[in-house]
Write a protein of this length. Structure first.
Length: 385
């Protein structure tokens, strides 16, 4: 008899335009081979029939719960009154929690798997085996953001950091196991019980394989542009790095692609900067660039866009912050840069040498193929569940 596993998500895992969706989708797809999956998904945006059809083959049952603006307001008030992170309150509804709890109990679920701390409260009253996927060290992300912002934003991020850092100790104790995306992220969380298991993301190297290399653009950045670290990376690339590059190469071009592109990013477009917004077939995007650049100085976790770009055999330049979770070797799998001059120097070296680009991109693809397999990662998760 197949084991029943409930999966609680804060967002429906399709389309694959955000990192948490990508991780959940591939985990559900893999786990459905051995378990009966009962998906409980919160959502703030309408879930299309096409999205449902993508998940139906892997799920025994799908239950959707709409988080309304009123639910969000109440949840934020709840988080302020009870000293919870605002992002937890944003996704929390007592009404929905009761419905999910009743349904999981009725189904006699063996294990409940929650993705992200924001869903932890939904498992609070469950008596079955419980596993929580932190995904990454969100508290570290908020600390970095507090150090790189000012005013009200700085105060908000500092509050979120302190509360999440404190609450995680209690959360760990209320779950049988917790998972996280990398060894570095695990090192950021105090865990005396050693119940946190590293379950990395993967990349489908067969799917993310270059077939029509065009290199119409010199540089490329891809990412969800509603995510502040990604927005800041775009501004740094366009406003700090690009002017220095144009002094040497006035015709250099950058392409910016990403879901939820705000109007202020579109406003950056000019003869050198091409802003495409969301593009459905991301492989075609990767094939248009010579170099992938990700100047992220805040954030946490494993960057899927870096894995995809490396798999597509695009040489990548990113920061030490990003590479802490990736753990690639500088000058072999990718190039590391941590300030404007380092980015400029390494971009110029790659743009001017096709041979160097080929050498770096070949090593990069081999690295992700060996180190970031969805099947290998998800086998660890299966053992825990």
């Amino acid at each position: 008899m197949r084991k029943k596993v409930a999966v609680i998500l804060s967002r429906f895992p399709f389309p694959l335009d955000k990192g948490d969706k990508l991780r959940a989708y591939h985990q559900i797809k893999y786990l459905s081979q051995d378990f009966d999956i009962y998906l409980f998904s919160l959502h703030t945006e309408k879930v299309s029939q096409n999205a449902l059809k993508e998940l139906e083959p892997f799920c025994k049952e799908i239950s959707l719960y709409h988080i309304s603006y009123f639910d969000i307001f109440k949840g934020i008030i709840f988080s302020l009154m009870h000293h919870f992170p605002i992002q937890v309150g944003y996704f929390f509804s007592k009404r929905i929690k009761k419905e999910i709890t009743n349904r999981i109990n009725a189904l006699q679920i063996s294990t409940t798997y929650c993705q992200l701390s924001r869903t932890a409260l939904y498992a609070e009253d469950l008596t079955c085996r419980k596993v929580l996927d932190f995904q990454d060290a969100f508290s570290t992300n908020y600390l970095r953001l507090s150090e790189n912002t000012g005013g009200i934003q700085k105060l908000l991020y500092k509050r979120e950091y302190k509360i999440m850092h404190t609450k995680k100790k209690k959360v760990i104790g209320s779950f049988d196991y917790c998972t996280i995306i990398s060894a570095f992220d695990k090192s950021q969380i105090y865990d005396p019980s050693d119940s946190i298991v590293v379950v990395p993301n993967g990349v489908d190297t067969e799917y993310y394989s270059s077939t029509n290399k065009q290199e119409n653009y010199d540089l490329l950045f891809v990412g969800n542009l509603s995510y502040l670290p990604n927005k800041n990376a775009v501004y740094f690339l366009v406003q700090n790095i690009l002017p220095l590059l144009l002094k040497v190469n006035p015709n250099l071009t950058i392409r910016i692609v990403g879901a939820d592109t705000p109007k202020e990013i579109f406003a950056l477009a000019n003869a050198n900067v091409h802003v495409s917004g969301f593009v459905a077939e991301i492989r075609e995007v990767y094939d248009t660039a010579k170099v992938f650049v990700a100047p992220l100085f805040t954030g946490a976790g494993l960057q899927n866009k870096i894995l995809e770009a490396m798999s597509m055999q695009i040489p990548c330049i990113t920061t030490s912050v990003v590479n802490k979770s990736l753990d690639g070797q500088d000058n072999i799998h990718l190039l590391i840069a941590n300030n404007e001059q380092e980015f400029v120097s390494k971009i110029e070296s790659l743009i001017s040498s096709a041979a160097l680009r080929v050498k770096l991109s070949s090593s990069a693809r081999e690295f992700v193929a060996q180190s970031f397999s969805w099947e290998t990662a998800n086998k660890k998760l299966k053992e825990i569940l």
